[in-house]
Design a protein. Structure first.
Lengths: 109, 115
């Protein structure tokens, strides 16, 4: 079983719609969580950290469910520019980051 | 803030040559830098963790004698791909973690094509 799992997609979503995807992790002792965004042929960029209480940044909302060991990312009012691969990252402690393989999102006009 | 640069951005070389890639944190000090490799349509794969002033820690399956890492200062780490072969062609990305922070900041990557 992979330590961090994501649905690879692609998720094909019309512009303006709301889309959500999850990431599951296997290590219950994982300490912190992040979502990164990677555009085609570019480096990953930090999108947001995920806190226990959940956090929101504009159209993006991230949630953590420790009991079920998953984090989620919700994108509201999706834009064409949201098309990218979204990477889930889990810190297992001692700065050991485990990366998911990413979920590809395609926003269509 | 938190800018990481990589140089060169593109390399095309003949098989058997060595290629050196530099990773610099421009506006912060990074005790730890990471080197990743990404093949087309695949996820990032951590190759090694580089700590300033000490030997790098390599992930399983990564040959330390082929991928030489030097982290001589708090703002610079280098990766040298020795005797490169076509199967080494990939997108090499470094990241740097500011001291006492969790977040990694990525360089723009280096595309290596070995002919």
């Amino acid at each position: 079983r992979k330590e961090v799992e994501q649905d690879p997609g692609p998720f094909n979503v019309p512009e303006g719609a709301t889309v959500a995807f999850n990431c599951t992790y296997s290590n219950s002792a994982s300490q912190s969580f992040f979502w990164y965004r990677q555009d085609c042929r570019k480096e990953p960029k930090l999108l947001m950290s995920v806190y226990s209480s959940g956090n929101e940044d504009g159209r993006f909302t991230a949630q953590l469910n420790r009991a079920s060991q998953y984090i989620s990312l919700l994108i509201r009012d999706s834009k064409l520019s949201d098309s990218a691969t979204y990477l889930c990252v889990v810190n297992e402690g001692n700065y050991q980051l485990i990366w998911g393989a990413g979920t590809k999102l395609i926003i269509k006009p | 803030g938190a800018v990481v640069s990589q140089h060169p951005s593109w390399v095309i070389c003949k098989s058997g040559t060595s290629v050196k890639i530099e990773c610099r944190s421009l506006d912060f000090q990074a005790t730890t830098m990471f080197w990743y490799r990404q093949f087309p349509k695949q996820s990032l794969m951590l190759m090694a963790t580089s700590n300033e002033g000490s030997k790098a820690t390599y992930e399983q399956g990564v040959e330390k004698d082929k991928f030489l890492i030097n982290h001589a200062s708090l703002t610079l780490s280098t990766l040298t791909v020795t005797s490169a072969h076509p199967e080494d062609s990939s997108f090499y990305i470094c990241s740097a973690r500011p001291t006492a922070q969790e977040t990694q900041y990525f360089g723009p990557g280096t595309r290596l094509l070995v002919l």
